[in-house]
Design a protein around this ligand. Structure first.
Ligand code: ZN
Length: 155
């Protein structure tokens, strides 16, 4: 397992140092902000829907390596997904982190790297913050100018 653990660690380190889709998203149609007071992680997720599909996604914020890597991998995995598919990914990711589903059985591909986090309950919220925030954004698709940003707390 240690080779796999190393690979997982490498992916997390890579995404935390070079987060993908980081920065403000122009023309976002949905957004939400999340905060994990246990660790101090902050994340804002912005989405752009076109014909019911997430065409673009961006995130901003600051936090620990796990929260940043998780947000980065989340943005990669929900591009091209419908709202329902994105919510289903959230469910599966949540199940993986809470140990309901095991690594390799989650159907989550690269997101399996976070399966090891379930051994560190204090870090589970770091890994799920971006996903909780994503879900809030999915439920808060805004119409043009009326941008209301819901605040999410994992507490
Ligand atoms: Zn954290």
């Amino acid at each position: 397992m240690s080779d796999l653990d190393d690979l997982y660690r490498e992916i997390i380190v890579d995404h935390s140092k070079k987060p993908r889709n980081f920065g403000p998203l122009k023309g976002a149609t949905a957004q939400a902000e999340g905060y994990n007071p246990l660790c101090g992680d902050k994340v804002a997720v912005q989405l752009k829907f076109e014909n019911g599909v997430v065409t673009e996604v961006g995130f901003q914020g600051s936090g620990c390596a796990i929260s940043t890597a998780s947000a980065s991998l989340m943005t990669e995995s929900i591009k091209g997904k419908t709202r329902i598919e994105a919510e289903s990914l959230f469910e599966r990711f949540h199940n993986l982190l809470t140990g309901t589903v095991h690594s390799g059985e989650s159907g989550l591909g690269k997101l399996d790297v976070f399966s090891g986090v379930q051994e560190y309950p204090a870090r589970v919220k770091c890994a799920t913050l971006a996903w909780h925030t994503l879900r809030a954004a999915l439920q808060n698709t805004t119409k043009e100018s009326s941008v209301e940003t819901p605040q999410v707390s994992t507490e």
